[in-house]
Design a protein around this ligand. Structure first.
Ligand code: HEM
Ligand code: HEM
Length: 234
């Protein structure tokens, strides 16, 4: 902190960035995805719960599937609420839905962030919302990945609930023919899990790294909503 400089308020003043619905949604979604990945992995690789005997008596795969479907509903309803909040919330609530790629300023900031992550740029820019690279990752990897999992997941779910059920009418009826067969949807839904797992690994690493190395608070912002800046330079 440079004590000689009188900070311009707009450069240092904390900003309320992530409103309560966004923060609640973030942590609920993180939990739902973790549960979905663990239970989904077990659905695809059921060798782990090596339980012998009559399935009816222990019902372990039934329980795992039930937990998966419950978390699936939480994820999907959460996503609907989050889409509503993109319209109702503040400007930062829209960032992951629409990275401003058409703006020259945004693109130069995007390239600057890449240089910063490659350790070429000595200093990162101050960011109030997500940095442009994070916006792109959240749009392409998180948003598209989650929507894909919801559509394919409910298509598989609708096969179980049967013809006439809402999931069968809304999803299974067209998704399964579009992929070719139920097994194809299973395979793509399974691959979708790894796509999201890769996102989460990079995302958590970046959140911790930027919390330490960037010029603003990061993790606490997703807890209390406020962005604080660590220095008063522009
Ligand atoms: C399954 C796990 C997770 C998923 C799917 C996930 C997903 C996301 C998404 C979609 C956003 C954008 C929020 C928005 O603007 O609407 C976000 C932001 C954020 N996440 Fe996560 N997250 C996960 C776990 C975590 C964990 C474990 C941490 C803490 C280490 C974390 C820290 C953050 C932070 C700090 C931001 C805001 C970053 C910024 O201000 O640029 N996330 N996350
Ligand atoms: C982050 C989101 C999700 C992940 C990571 C995930 C992961 C998985 C995985 C890995 C499988 C096993 C696929 C296989 O190898 O056959 C699976 C199966 C399945 N998932 Fe998901 N899933 C997600 C979301 C959903 C949603 C939203 C639903 C909707 C209810 C859903 C419903 C199903 C169904 C019905 C199956 C097949 C169960 C069976 O055949 O016994 N999934 N999921």
């Amino acid at each position: 902190m440079d004590a000689q400089v009188t900070p311009a308020p707009e450069v240092t003043a904390p900003v309320y960035v992530y409103e309560l619905p966004v923060r609640l949604w973030h942590w609920i979604t993180a939990l739902a995805i973790t549960i979905l990945a663990v239970t989904g992995f077990l659905i695809g690789n059921p060798a782990w719960p090596l339980i012998t005997g009559e399935p009816y008596n222990h019902y372990i795969m039934g329980d795992i599937r039930f937990i998966h479907f419950t978390a699936g509903y939480v994820l999907a309803i959460g996503m609907l609420v989050r889409i509503y909040w993109a319209f109702a919330g503040n400007t930062y609530a829209r960032e992951i839905f629409m990275p401003h790629v058409w703006k020259r300023e945004w693109r130069s900031s995007f390239l600057r962030t890449i240089r910063w992550y490659l350790l070429i740029e000595p200093e990162t820019a101050k960011e109030v919302g997500h940095n442009p690279l994070a916006q792109v990752a959240m749009f392409t990897m998180f948003l598209l990945g989650v929507l894909f999992q919801i559509v394919t997941g409910f298509a598989l779910y609708g096969e179980g609930t049967g013809p006439g059920s809402w999931a069968n009418i809304v999803f299974s009826s067209w998704v399964i023919p579009a992929f070719g067969s139920s097994q194809d949807v299973h395979t793509w839904h399974h691959l979708g899990m790894w796509y999201l797992v890769i996102f989460v690994m990079i995302h958590v690493y970046m959140a911790i790294r930027e919390d330490i190395m960037s010029r603003q608070t990061i993790i606490s912002t997703m807890v209390n909503g406020w962005r604080f800046f660590k220095d008063n330079r522009p």
